[in-house]
Ligand binder design. Structure first.
Ligand SMILES: NC(=O)c1ccc[n+]([C@@H]2O[C@H](COP(=O)([O-])OP(=O)(O)OC[C@H]3O[C@@H](n4cnc5c(N)ncnc54)[C@H](OP(=O)(O)O)[C@@H]3O)[C@@H](O)[C@H]2O)c1
Length: 204
């Protein structure tokens, strides 16, 4: 797939590395493509994978948003026409609501014609770099209206090494998925259990 990643920090950087390894064409769309902050990622994935947001979006079929949620309205302006593209929202608006919207997913739904899915927001970036615990892959989770976007999210979560990508439901479950992320943050950080823990759905 041709994937544009907007936000090359913890989450964008981790998924960029995983998707490059899986053979995808990854282009980072950044405000300042070869800034000092991006040098270590550029060393991992190559300097030629950095562009300005407009160009990264034009050249990609799938876009990952991994920025502070409050940047989304500015990013939507810069992305231009995204109709027919899939956008994956990996952000969490907890404490940083992208007003007047509750979440980035809602802003994207209102302002673009893209196929949108919320995914890759429910666990720490360390688990995106390495989703294997005791030989087993942990799970990813997604929510949204678009079946097309969910098919892509499922494939990309498998390609990043996750076990299943469990469907939380439609857009009415997007905020629940952010609360699920907050549950991970609560256990890992607030309750002090550490970031090396993860969720997996088991069945019998
Ligand atoms: N950290 C985690 O473990 C984790 C896990 C799941 C979900 N999330 C969510 O994922 C999102 C990103 O988190 P992160 O930890 O990866 O953050 P981060 O390391 O701070 O990276 C944020 C990235 O967004 C870019 N950015 C900031 N403002 C921008 C703008 N106006 N336009 C374009 N790019 C902009 C930054 O670029 P510059 O460096 O140039 O400013 C940076 O590359 C957040 O919404 C967070 O809630 C985080």
């Amino acid at each position: 797939m041709k994937i544009g990643i907007i936000g090359s920090g913890n989450v964008g950087g981790a998924l960029a590395q995983q998707w490059v390894k899986a053979g995808h064409t990854v282009l980072i769309g950044a405000q300042f493509p070869l800034s000092d902050k991006n040098i270590s990622l550029a060393t991992q994935i190559g300097e030629d994978r950095f562009a300005v947001i407009e160009n990264a979006v034009k050249q990609s079929d799938v876009i990952l948003i991994a920025t502070p949620p409050t940047a989304i309205l500015e990013i939507i302006e810069k992305m231009g026409d995204v109709s027919g593209k899939v956008i994956i929202d990996a952000t969490n608006s907890i404490g940083k609501i992208p007003e007047p919207y509750q979440t980035v997913y809602h802003a994207l739904s209102d302002k673009t014609d893209a196929e949108i899915v919320k995914c890759f927001n429910t666990t720490g970036f360390e688990n995106m770099l390495n989703p294997i615990y005791n030989g087993e892959a942990i799970d990813m989770f997604m929510a949204g209206e678009s079946d097309e976007a969910k098919t892509i999210a499922l494939q990309l979560s498998t390609d990043a090494g996750f076990g299943s990508c469990i469907d939380f439901g439609k857009s009415d479950k997007v905020e629940l998925l952010e609360k699920f992320a907050l549950s991970w943050i609560n256990i890992a950080i607030m309750q002090g259990h550490g970031r090396n823990l993860a969720f997996k759905v088991v069945r019998r």
